[in-house]
Design a binder for this molecule. Sequence first.
Ligand code: PEP
Ligand code: MG
Length: 595
Amino acid sequence: MSADQSTKTFVLKGVGVSPGIAIGRCYRFDPLGSQISFYKLKDESLVPKEVQRFRKALKESEEQLLDIQKNLRKAKITEPVYVIDVHILILKDKMFSNRTVKYIRDQGINAEWALRMTLDHYKQIFEGVQDDYISSRISDVQYVVQRILRNLTGEKHEIVWEVGNNGVIVVSHDISPADTAQMKLDKILGFATDSGGRTSHTAIVARSLELPAVVGLDDITHYVRTDDEVIVDGTAGMVVINPYPDMLKRYEEKKRHYDVANDEYLKFGKLPAVTLDNYEVQIGCNIEFIEEIPSAIAHGAESIGLYRTEFLYIYREDLPTEEDHFNNYRQVVTNPNLSSSTIRTFDLGGDKFANYQKQSKELNPQMGMRAIRFCLKEVEIFKTQLRAIWRVSALGKTKILFPMISSVEEIREAKKILEEARQELIEEGVNNIPEKIDIGIMMEVPSAVVIADKLAQEVDFFSIGTNDLIQYSLAIDRANERLTYMYEPLHPAVLRLIQNVVEAAHQAGIEVAMCGEMAGDPLCILILLGMKLDELSMNHLAIPRIKKIIRETTMEEAETVLNKALSFSTAPEVRSYVQDYMVNRFPEEFIAEED
Ligand code: PEP
Ligand code: MG
């Protein structure tokens, strides 16, 4: 950037993964650094010394990571510990170290250079992988390389945070869990990163710290320098660099508004979600890690409406044992502040893969061997999880939820295996295994919606997964950034599918929940209320606002809005009607978005 570009204003759009507004000075965090030396070794006799220098840096890196893990465990922060396990595995990987040593030997170059070549080699391989989730795992190799480089260059000190008293907005290409573990978190106001998505490390850390964050900005690191003024709008998914004075004023106002509203909302979190005419909706929370439970309860969750258990399988080399499952689920179902916990059996494949999973290359993994299909093929892996769920169900109110069901045969097969797992436990003399557990299915495949009346005869409840239901019914890959403009929960077809599910469930006398992102979207809440969903399960931050709107409306109003919305033929008509209605009716809840 030239001198006059340094104060140029840039507005960048990314993915808002943690809501709220942060305004402050940028701290440009560049772990790979630019001052790494690259040179040829003077003569061959220096090669063994260089290899030894590299091996020493490997050892030091491992010791540091083990130390960080120890501290994290002491602080009872468990999630990054597993990720650091993966980093230690990479450090110890023979292919990784041998390749670097080979570059040093064959090309007579210094260890830093050789390491960068190894990283480039891995980058090439990962870039060739079609699957977004897998290709994004190159970040783990990068974290490891950063650490070895720091040790090679003698930069032994950990990340320095001389940032004064005002705090900073951390801007980086990506941030590793080990890096965040060493940051002075109380000095951070928000995050903005080039890479990442909803489940990236930065996103998870930001949400749990309740700091605004925008990720997936592509190239913010090209535009911003340390000390630039930055605005992070985690609600709108926008970042402004060097805002105009007017813009800054507007955002300061917006931030004040948001902060006050947020404090106000938290009060609503504690109250039941009951309309003015006494219709009560159960409000659940979606979680991926048990560490999220305290935050869920603090925001007003009454139950865990969706526990995505696949994260127990990710970030590890081997499969979780029955005891791993049991110890984990026990901490969910025995929580005295939760009325029930819905454990979804693992939904691997699609956009989430475990390390051990030998994936056959699938052209379309979203429609491939994932979720229940995988479980019905790998019965032993499935049973390990089912046995643990049976055992915890004796300890607290537990419901089981099967993902991606598309036919009656599949649910019958899943129930058969569930019952086999119960019989086996009883035969082995395990005590207290209940007779029955509430069985539900995700309604997220269009074929299931069409035969909802038949499926309702097989189960105790439905849970509508709009994230996938929208993807499959509108034929839009939910992970494809180029199609986000078509991804529309308010599409008339989607509304009819949801209504079909609710009606079939109620006719059969079973309950129906929604756990897709739509359930926590305040724009959609009157429509969902009008349809008479029994439970809405969402991310914890959405709960207070949703409860507030529910408490200020009546079923009569909700039904009127629903009927009007259903009368339109096109998605833009529905959206524009609902948007106008909600913004006028609940102006406090819909602070106008910055243009
Ligand atoms: C869904 O599909 O709506 C859902 C809740 O599940 P996931 O996002 O894990 O696929
Ligand atoms: Mg799904």
